[in-house]
Design a protein around this ligand. Structure first.
Ligand code: UDP
Length: 239
């Protein structure tokens, strides 16, 4: 696989670049240190973030694969670069929550840190111009964003990811508050897990102190941003 050659860039997102390769079945992603929040209104750099998010995402994808979840992960090439399966991303932010926080707390007037009686699932349409609006199942199907069958696979995938990750993080003294994942379609139409799993896309609280160990430190100017990413990465590697 290391024979795959990096060709031209096809896409640059807020935290990653995606490159074509000499095979139509694979892309190479490159993780950046750039950080944005509030739909790009806040910009910054988190030194070393790209390296941590690359290695951590790959470790999480490997763990999920071991537990029967199909992901786009193929092979890590370097500190910041990974070969992934080429997919067409379903333009949805798939969000699972175990504990109220962030926009959920604001929307429903529920104090941050309130445990939810069961994990919740919600979708936002990935569209920066529209500010990623919340979208429901019937809208997703009516607009052709995904079929009913795909939506069903996406939901099963999301809850399975939650089960595996929640247990893993509990084992390293971390509460998985919520997270966002993205799904992609392979050329045969199969839905697999794509994008990344990192402190950029998950909320992690220390199980004892509730200290935030994720991007909220950047979003909310709490300080200790780099240290939080390093702490999560250190705990993952201690397992
Ligand atoms: N999230 C993300 N990208 C987004 C929006 C949210 O990765 O564009 C993640 C976020 O890190 C958190 C979860 O999804 O782990 C739920 O975020 P929420 O809806 O509470 O939004 P926020 O409060 O970050 O605006």
């Amino acid at each position: 696989m290391s024979s795959v050659k990096k060709l031209e860039q096809v896409y640059e997102g807020k935290a990653k670049k995606v490159f074509k390769t000499d095979s139509p079945d694979y892309y190479i992603v490159e993780y950046k240190d750039d950080a944005t929040a509030f739909n790009g209104l806040k910009h910054g750099t988190i030194s070393g973030k790209g390296v941590i998010n690359n290695k951590m995402s790959n470790a999480m994808f490997a763990l999920l694969e071991k537990n029967g979840v199909k992901t786009h992960f193929v092979e890590q090439l370097s500190d910041r670069e990974t070969v992934v399966k080429a997919v067409k991303i379903v333009p949805l932010e798939i969000i699972i929550r175990n504990v109220a926080a962030g926009s959920f707390s604001k929307r429903y007037g529920v104090e941050e840190g309130t445990a939810l009686k069961c994990p919740t699932l919600e979708f936002s349409l990935k569209n920066d111009e529209l500010n990623d609006p919340l979208i429901n199942d019937s809208h997703i199907i009516a607009l052709g964003v995904a079929t009913e069958k795909e939506l069903d696979s996406i939901k099963k995938l999301a809850y399975k990811v939650n089960d595996v990750l929640k247990e893993f993080f509990a084992g390293i003294g971390v509460k998985l508050i919520d997270f966002k994942i993205e799904a992609g379609r392979l050329s045969n139409g199969e839905i697999i897990l794509a994008d990344e799993i990192s402190p950029d896309t998950c909320r992690f609280w220390d199980a004892k102190t509730n200290e935030k160990l994720d991007k909220d430190r950047f979003r909310r100017d709490l300080g200790g941003v780099e240290e939080a990413y390093q702490e999560i990465f250190k705990r993952i590697n201690s397992k």
